[in-house]
Ligand binder design. Structure first.
Ligand SMILES: N[C@@H](CCC(=O)N[C@@H](CS)C(=O)NCC(=O)O)C(=O)O
Length: 223
């Protein structure tokens, strides 16, 4: 299998965590932001990464969107499963995955790029890095007002995740699910922001544990 990705994308990390958890052999191809569209759009009709190319006869040529990739991996290789046996719990895990993808992954992106452009500029002050950060901020319309909204969304998200992860090792049910994988990947960029590291140390402990379970290299800030 081949994973088309941006090396730093937290959604691509989500796909890698699932591939790693299932111990599936795969290669990655890192695409350049902007130019990636030329390759990806004809394959999936979307402009986003990750995209998985199974490269197996009888399987789809390309799968776009991290949620669809996890669903495909589950049907391609059911064990170890990331789906829960109770229908009710599985629906809850899928709803958490969708909320993490659509709302929290985006909020993380806003807070992270705002930090990298300001207080966290010294992480990589090079012109090339600051140009990429500037392009991302422009592409997503990141500004002070929507960073504040994103920050508030993260407070609620982290309260909810703390309630769940402090009661159990798993967000839903009795084993690792798509919800845990999504949370571990989509909140991982916060590891570079000192305020989050200090206030939510339990989050980063769990992110490390999930990366270890999946055999995936730790995200920046935790390695
Ligand atoms: N819902 C999508 C979101 C993926 C996403 O937002 N990917 C970003 C990188 S972090 C991307 O490809 N952005 C480029 C673009 O939109 O053109 C998923 O779960 O795969």
């Amino acid at each position: 299998m081949l994973l088309l990705q941006f090396s730093t994308s937290h959604y691509c990390r989500k796909a890698r965590l699932a591939l790693g958890y299932k111990r599936i052999d795969y290669k990655v191809e890192n695409l350049n932001p902007g130019l990636h569209i030329l390759k990806v759009k004809p394959l999936t009709g979307l402009t986003t990464l990750p995209v998985l190319l199974p490269q197996i006869e009888g399987q789809p040529q390309a799968i776009g969107d991290s949620t669809q990739i996890l669903k495909f991996l589950e049907s391609y290789q059911p064990e170890p499963s990331l789906f829960l046996t109770s229908q009710e719990q599985q629906t809850e895990a899928l709803m958490l995955e969708d909320w993490l993808d659509e709302s929290i992954g985006t909020a993380t992106r806003f807070v992270y790029y705002h930090f990298r452009a300001g207080e966290g500029k010294q992480i990589d002050p090079s012109l090339s890095s600051q140009i990429v950060i500037g392009v991302v901020r422009k592409q997503y319309g990141i500004n002070n007002a929507n960073v504040e909204l994103a920050t508030n969304r993260l407070v609620i998200a982290l309260t909810e995740l703390s309630n769940r992860w402090q009661k159990s090792d798993y967000l839903v049910g009795e084993r690792l699910s798509v919800a845990d994988i999504s949370a571990a990947a989509l909140l991982s960029p916060l590891a570079l922001i000192p305020q989050y590291r200090q206030r939510y140390s339990w989050l980063f402990e769990r992110i490390v544990q999930i990366h270890q379970l999946c055999g995936e290299a730790l995200p920046p800030g935790l390695n």
